[in-house]
Write a protein that binds this ligand. Structure first.
Ligand SMILES: Cc1cc2nc3c(=O)[nH]c(=O)nc-3n(C[C@H](O)[C@H](O)[C@H](O)COP(=O)(O)OP(=O)(O)OC[C@H]3O[C@@H](n4cnc5c(N)ncnc54)[C@H](O)[C@@H]3O)c2cc1C
Length: 422
């Protein structure tokens, strides 16, 4: 491959205490939390809107965030839900945790701006500048050209761990045996649906459906459902040619699945395709290796940690990387596990935290923690930690984790367990 060397000087455009890369569930929560803790915070997002997979790929609803009667994820996530409820854009006649995508985009913008975050959309984070183990700046590409932004601490919420990888962090992709990742899916919304079902999932044997099942969720507006039935396997989300193939294949599948629903599923006779996600939904790519790697055993044994900073009760949920079917391991009723702060700390990098689906975990543990509510909780923890570190003039690995846990408990986004096992 021929190499091209950039020789032009890069302009330093902005300074901040904390820069967050990526404005999905984790990034939004991280930026708001950091700003509320007093840090001058910039949020960079490649799209023209916030929300990550929930808006860019139409992922809906928010998966489970309560264990029995205990609501595990509150904080910024709950504030956002309260605003959606006020706008009649949450639950409604649809699935209890479904949300209207356009209202969601609006609410996230307003919450981010009200917190004092400096929002920069249409901005791709493409590189990091390092001095030993410290990131001194990051490089972005946008319509304004190539720019450099500087901060004391950085948080990678890009889902794919782009910033951490550019900074040289160690990462893993896929399952241990062969590196295969969960499949990608193009999600889509249908209107004119006359089913009263709030959600429906059943296996289909006599038709060649991509996931081998019917799976849809009712949306807050009557007659609309979000469909999760396409499956594109063997997609490397870090390879632009693979992404292109997946987008094309995904759209072909949408056409076939729409026809299947209209012809075979009661209530869909007069339905129509409203929209597909602006981009394909990526379940899994890089997992940045941190000071602790969360495992399947941690998840299914519902382990708690002395540096736990977020809780999750969602099952192990691995969509078959090579074909139809899904492997599920449900947690005991009313139980949950914790995610240690160490999973947010990439090894050998001092002033970077990761939050969201790219944190340090195995393929199996990742399949559970990747859901949107948990990513909000991880983001809120990372943003709070980065801001505490700025205030104390230390790096995020050096802060007192008890202080962080108490702060998160006071923000009503983490329940401290009395049992610390690891
Ligand atoms: C098909 C599918 C179905 C799913 N079903 C559900 C479900 O029903 N319920 C549920 O709760 N979860 C579900 N999930 C999981 C969930 O949507 C994601 O795991 C979650 O959104 C991850 O949040 P995140 O903030 O880590 O990353 P993302 O949501 O991926 O957000 C990352 C953000 O960073 C931006 N970004 C990426 N790279 C860069 C860069 N280099 N520079 C600047 N910005 C960048 C992206 O544009 C995006 O906005 C599903 C996922 C998929 C793909």
């Amino acid at each position: 491959m021929e190499m091209y060397t950039q020789t032009k000087d890069i302009e330093i455009t902005k300074h901040a205490d904390v820069i967050v890369a990526g404005g999905g569930p984790a990034g939004v929560a991280a930026a708001i939390a950091a700003a509320r803790q007093g840090a001058d915070t910039i949020l960079l997002e490649k799209n023209g809107f916030l929300g990550g997979m929930g808006t860019a790929a139409l992922v809906n609803p928010f998966m489970s965030f309560s264990a029995g009667k205990t609501q595990l994820v509150k904080g910024i996530f709950q504030e956002m839900i309260d605003r959606l409820k006020q706008a009649d854009a949450f639950g409604g006649t649809g699935h209890a945790w479904s949300f209207d995508v356009e209202a969601y985009k609006y609410v996230l913008n307003e919450m981010v701006l009200e917190s004092g975050v400096r929002l920069q959309l249409h901005t791709y984070v493409v590189d990091a500048i390092l001095e030993n183990q410290t990131i001194t700046g990051l490089i972005t590409e946008s319509k304004s050209g190539r720019q450099m932004l500087l901060a004391k601490n950085y948080i990678d919420c890009s889902g794919d761990g782009d910033l951490a990888a550019r900074a040289g962090a160690d990462f893993k992709v896929g399952r241990e045996s062969d590196g295969m990742v969960q499949p990608a899916s193009v999600m889509f919304k249908m209107g004119g649906v006359k089913t009263k079902k709030k959600a429906l999932e059943y296996r289909v044997e006599d038709f060649d459906l991509p996931q081998g099942r019917v799976l849809f969720f009712g949306m807050p507006r009557a007659g609309e459902v979000m469909v999760n039935m396409t499956r594109i396997v063997k997609v490397n989300a870090l390879d632009v040619d693979d992404l292109t193939r997946a987008e094309i294949e995904g759209r072909r599948q949408v056409k076939d699945v729409v026809e299947y629903l209209q012809n075979h599923v009661p209530g869909f006779e007069d339905s129509y395709l409203v929209t597909t996600g602006p981009q394909i939904g990526i379940r899994e790519s890089r997992r940045i290796m941190g000071e602790y790697v969360l495992t399947k055993e941690d998840v299914i044994e519902c382990r708690k940690f002395s540096d736990g900073i977020a809780s999750c009760m969602y099952m192990i949920d691995i969509h078959n990387p090579t074909g139809t079917g899904t492997e599920k391991v449900v947690l005991p009723k009313g139980e949950w596990y914790e995610i240690p702060y160490r999973c947010l700390q990439p090894v050998a990098l001092d002033n970077l935290l990761v939050a969201g689906r790219c944190i340090s975990a195995t393929h199996e543990a990742h399949s559970s923690l990747r859901i949107q509510p948990t990513c909000y909780a991880l983001g809120q923890a990372a943003g709070t930690a980065a801001a505490i570190a700025v205030k104390q003039g230390v790096n995020p690995k050096e802060i007192n984790v008890e202080e962080l846990r108490t702060n998160l408990t006071e923000q009503n986004c983490f329940i401290q367990s009395s049992v610390a096992m690891k």
